[in-house]
Design a protein around this ligand. Structure first.
Ligand code: HEC
Length: 97
């Protein structure tokens, strides 16, 4: 389920795994790269609060930081989506491709 969330909400900017290796936007870090960082899991758990995401991610239970309209297609996410996403990101750590 986390992979689906990532493909729907993240893959238009990030390379999430081998399935969209050629996707994403060049300057945006891949999920594998992010998860290779010592605090990768923490970065995923708080991504909605990290630039550039607050401008377009609407996280369940989190007040929008800004009343301005989203500057990119808005992503509405639930806490369950986030949990699934983190589990998926963790699985990338051990993936071999
Ligand atoms: C509109 C483009 C876009 C979308 C959609 C997007 N991201 Fe990002 N993301 C970025 C960019 C650009 C950066 C790099 C920001 C930087 O380095 O300053 C980034 C960085 C990150 C980081 C690292 C943040 C940090 O502070 O190190 C994480 C984690 C992340 N994204 C997770 C996600 C997840 C999870 C989703 C989907 C739910 C997602 N992103 C959707 C553009 C996007």
């Amino acid at each position: 389920m986390g992979r689906e969330v990532a493909l729907v909400h993240c893959a238009r900017c990030h390379v999430v795994d081998a399935g969209n290796r050629l996707g994403g936007i060049g300057s945006t870090p891949s999920f594998r790269l992010l998860m290779s960082l010592p605090d990768g899991e923490h970065r995923f758990a708080t991504f909605f609060d990290r630039r550039p995401h607050p401008a377009f991610v609407r996280m369940e239970g989190v007040e929008p930081l800004t009343p301005l309209p989203a500057n990119a297609a808005e992503a509405e996410m639930t806490v369950d989506d986030l949990d699934a996403l983190i589990a998926y990101a963790l699985s990338l750590k051990s993936a071999s491709d």
